[in-house]
Design a protein around this ligand. Sequence first.
Ligand code: MN
Length: 223
Amino acid sequence: MTKLNNNLKQSVLKLTTPLSAVTIVLAIATLLVGNVKAQDNGKFKLMTLPYSTDALEPVISKKTIELHHSKHLNGYVNNLNRLIVGTKFENADLETIVKKSKGAIFNNAGQILNHNLYFTQFTSQSEGRPNGKLLKAIENTWGSFENFQKEFEKAGATVFGSGWVWLAADKKGNLKITQEANGSNPITKGLKPILGIDVWEHAYYLDYQNRRAEHLKEVWKII
Ligand code: MN
């Protein structure tokens, strides 16, 4: 959670009035989503990893990160760039495409949004848990951070087939855990994504094989 906490500190510094936990959480989510913009030429680009491909070992191996980023995510980017040509989405930003499209365009745009958030949230210097306002908001909702972890892991383990588990906030700032199928994202439900774990097999199978629940337990060490 170091990254989330750093973003939180930066947000707080820019603001002069006291903020509720809810507003802080939304500010973090906006910062994360803000990393995802259409390129100037209207084409989407593969995001750059903010760490080396072996930085998350042993929780996620170098091989998994390499394939996940340079093959899977790169494939979604290339697909979307090809699919939007000549459509009303040609000049739209990623969030708009995810909110308004269907079918192949939605699947690929959703996966780009998901992975841009996913790869950005990891760090090799995790403190193991958030602190400050985010921790308070989680404790207010689930009683304790440990209880939230348990519920989040359970939701991730029970996504049927390929999909995602998210911590997200509604417009009032209430925190929720959501399960999303395939390439969907909480923004399709009017929620702001805060933390998302990919439970497609390509995200963990080389390192954990069928043991998705074990991967979900380990992943806290790099958030
Ligand atoms: Mn993935």
